[in-house]
Design a binder for this molecule. Structure first.
Ligand code: AP5
Ligand code: MG
Length: 374
């Protein structure tokens, strides 16, 4: 039995099938004993979906004549004569005057089983016996007597042997328990992708966020969106971007805090083109620390200036970025990078999170190197 993975959770082995079999043997023996001289034919009633496997195992062990039927309880809705706002769905044969053995997978607070008990008597059942595979005695607070309990368990979330987590896990023959380690959320990761214009930051970021389930935050893209939407901020930014100059720190800093708070459920963030000045790097540290978080790694793509020109000229033929068209603007972007952005490398080297990768290989080669670092 190994740890199993269902959606966002992990489950570890809890009750092996052999123990379940033994418990089912015992409970079946008690039912056989009680029904040995029973004058009539009881209906074994499987409560879907959870008790499907248990009912099958139990039925194989019953040695007196019995019929089988299955039901499901509706969720709470319109009022019935019992005062219970649920209905028994799927009951095909009449149960008037019959003895029913209800088979449940698990009883915790007892709400479902007490509702079902009342609804079956209301539908004319002569007698209703209850058999459950599992009982959580810590949380069962009802007076209703449970005639047959195969096994008692602690109040923990379980799957397997018919029991599910969001409809998954019913098929396992053993029972698993939620792995407590996965109940504690993994800390969010924060990566920076760093490098000169055209180094491949955007290209690699798109692939990395897909591989690692991160949120891609490109300040360049955010600013271009503002420009496209014609906002006041966009108009101001356009003027500077078109010259290959940086927009003021406060403008991008506001965008970053908003992105962090708008995405509380992601595994982490990959910042592309931010921070670009030492002041921005310090600001990022502060807003992350305010949230109990930190920069985990800075992935720096190293490429020579000549290659920057080559790549940007190539991109200008495909995309339509205003700052890609004029050589003097490209040169300005490169100069701004060396003057204002490159010094950040020392800031992160001091913290021991700076990692440099040769950015001159093919896109896939660079990607594999970055993945290895992450
Ligand atoms: P921003 O959008 O960040 O531009 P940039 O830093 O100049 O970088 P690029 O987006 O041009 O290059 P990239 O590294 O993403 O490369 P890409 O993957 O596209 O910023 C734009 C402007 O906004 C700034 O100048 C500034 O004014 C302002 N701004 C943004 N953030 C700011 C901030 N924090 N503070 C202040 N101002 C800010 O690749 C380039 C090309 O090469 C593509 O065609 C690609 O297909 C190709 N390519 C990529 N990798 C390879 C490879 N390995 N082999 C061959 N080709 C490759
Ligand atoms: Mg980019």
């Amino acid at each position: 039995m190994e740890r199993i993975h269902l959606k966002d959770k992990y489950f570890v082995p809890y009750i092996p099938y052999e123990r379940l079999e033994k418990a089912i043997d015992d409970v079946a023996e008690r039912i056989n004993h009680d029904f040995k001289n029973f004058d009539g034919i009881p209906i074994v009633l499987c409560v879907l979906n959870g008790s499907i496997l248990f009912t099958g195992e139990l039925m194989k062990r019953l040695n007196f004549p019995c019929e089988f039927s299955s039901v499901r309880l509706s969720s709470y809705e319109g009022t019935l004569s019992t005062g219970i706002t649920r209905k028994v769905l799927g009951l095909t044969s009449s149960i008037k005057g019959r003895t029913i053995i209800v088979v449940e997978d698990i009883v915790d607070t007892g709400k479902t089983i007490t509702d079902l008990y009342a609804l079956l008597l209301d539908a004319g059942a002569e007698d209703v016996k209850i058999c459950t595979m599992l009982l959580k005695p810590e949380v069962y607070k009802k007076d209703l007597k449970l005639d047959y309990v195969a096994m008692e368990i602690e109040n923990r979330f379980i799957v397997g042997f018919g029991l599910d987590y969001d409809q998954l896990g019913r098929n396992y023959k053993d029972i698993y328990i939620l792995d407590k380690r996965t109940e504690e959320k993994a800390p969010m990761k924060h990566y920076l992708i760093f490098g000169p214009p055209g180094a491949g930051k955007g290209t690699q970021a798109a692939k990395l966020v897909e591989r690692f389930g991160l949120r891609h935050v490109s300040t360049g893209d955010l600013l271009r969106r503002q420009i496209a939407e014609g906002t006041e901020l966009g108009l101001k930014a356009k003027h500077l971007i078109d010259q290959g100059l940086l927009v003021p720190d406060e403008v991008v800093e506001g965008m970053i805090a908003a992105e962090l708070d708008a995405n509380p459920d992601v595994k982490g963030f990959l910042f592309d083109g931010f921070p670009r000045t030492t002041a921005q790097a310090e600001h990022l540290d502060t807003i992350l620390a305010d949230r109990g978080r930190k920069v985990d790694a800075v992935l720096s793509l190293a490429i020579p200036d000549e290659m920057v020109f080559e790549r940007i000229r190539h991109r200008a033929q495909i995309e339509n970025r205003a700052d890609d068209t004029k050589p003097e603007v490209i040169q300005n972007r490169i100069d701004t990078y060396h003057a204002k952005t490159e010094p950040i490398a020392a800031f992160y080297k001091d913290k021991g999170v700076y990692q440099e990768v040769d950015g001159t290989g093919t896109i896939d080669e660079v990607f594999e190197k970055l993945c290895a670092l992450m």
